[in-house]
Ligand binder design. Sequence first.
Ligand SMILES: *[C@@H]1O[C@H](CO)[C@@H](O)[C@H](O)[C@H]1NC(C)=O
Ligand SMILES: *[C@@H]1O[C@H](CO)[C@@H](O)[C@H](O)[C@H]1NC(C)=O
Ligand SMILES: *[C@@H]1O[C@H](CO)[C@@H](O)[C@H](O)[C@H]1NC(C)=O
Ligand SMILES: CC(=O)N[C@H]1CO[C@H](CO)[C@@H](O)[C@@H]1O
Length: 443
Amino acid sequence: MLLLAATVLALAAAFATALTGPEVVAVFPSSSSSLKGGTISLPRFDLSIISNGTHALYVANASSTSPTSVGWLGVGHGTAMGDADFLLAWPTVSGSSVNWTLSHRLPNSNALGGHAMPVLASSSAGTSTSTFYTLVPALTTSDSSSPFSSVAFTRLVDPGSTYPTAQGVTNAPLGSGTLDLIYASSSRNPGTPNEGQATFSQHNQPTGVTSLDMSAAYAVAANATSTPPPQTQQAPPPTALGGLAFAIIVPLAILTARFGRERFAWLPPHAALQLLAASMVITTFALAVSQTGNLFADLHQRLGLVLFLLVVLQLLLGYLAHFTLPSALTSCSPSLSRPRPSFARAIHILLGLTILALGWVQIHTGIKKGGEWYRATLGMEEVPRAVRGVFWTLVGLFVLAYVGEWVAAIRRGMRGGKKVAANGEALPLHEAGEGGRKRSRRT
Ligand SMILES: *[C@@H]1O[C@H](CO)[C@@H](O)[C@H](O)[C@H]1NC(C)=O
Ligand SMILES: *[C@@H]1O[C@H](CO)[C@@H](O)[C@H](O)[C@H]1NC(C)=O
Ligand SMILES: *[C@@H]1O[C@H](CO)[C@@H](O)[C@H](O)[C@H]1NC(C)=O
Ligand SMILES: CC(=O)N[C@H]1CO[C@H](CO)[C@@H](O)[C@@H]1O
């Protein structure tokens, strides 16, 4: 199972293509040996930032999207929408040619906490976008039939004191250490090359927070080799479906089985609840993968994959276990008396509890402060404390109920000890059946 997960992870990892030597030389003719920076693979485009100490080159390459399908590409220096210094770029296609617009933007300070369109940093002659940012035509896609869309521009590492900024926004100079970045993109084009008139639809493609080490020597792609995928921290879909499954549905289903053992036909409700939970988990996983673009880059995303695989395995195991006979340990008052529990039943129970615990860890990494939810919203939203409180209360209640029923069952088992010894089964199993299916066992 772990091997399978590892294989899927390896296949899913995206590789970023670094710029080639000639591409770099087109911008930095003299200093290719002392260049710093890197290339990272984001869900919808590769981003390269390369510095020679005074100048920095940015290349955003949507390597499998044609210019006619690019809405806009955005990069910000910072850790959240509220503190980033943005540069948005978008293509304007006319016939077979493409022109690109660059637009320097700052957070919208009037926004009431929501996702607001970043505002134009300045439209004055001496401080407009073109004062600080220069398009690099040699590395920018100009043919509308191109299978990829690359836009490149340069700026000064330290743009100086006239560079427009705003309170709380990340400092303008690039520095030489770790560069915090946020990114977003959209398939909807602003529809005008005029940055002053452009309005942007909200990003409808993966967004997230990442970083780039600007102290590393830039390794050009010598012979079409790839650089390993970077550590990007990418956002999950804003869905609570998976959380609901592990906080409420799965615990209910487990408790149904645990409490139902000696009391009622527990299998139909148990199976129905677990099928519901499994479909919620699978839906969440599918949504997450499509929205984050397959990165599997942080704990939450990797755990999501592991959970998805384990849940599918667990469904199969549960189905198989149904065809094995119940035993004293797994089906009635827990006791180690004979017959031995069936392997499938024991594993189904242990794996079920393990999945539930992992599900809780997954919820925790999603809703904790600065967790996946925070990243998904580019730092705009934290999960309210009350939600975390409700979640941990539910966890506590489940543990109490589950352990309590085990203890109670053991005590009931001790009282009925003679009966256990007599027939090896604590209670008539066909009465405590799994839902109409009568089973008997030769003694
Ligand atoms: C960095 O590159 C730019 C553009 O090629 C060039 O003008 C500048 O002199 C270079 N700076 C250094 C320190 O080499
Ligand atoms: C952009 O990506 C495409 C496809 O991988 C590649 O052929 C092209 O050379 C890249 N362009 C730049 C400037 O990186
Ligand atoms: C693209 O840029 C060229 C050169 O600046 C200009 O002649 C052309 O009209 C522009 N096309 C569009 C669609 O803006
Ligand atoms: C096939 C090919 O492009 N080979 C090149 C690999 O890179 C070295 C130097 O970096 C060139 O000399 C080769 O021609």
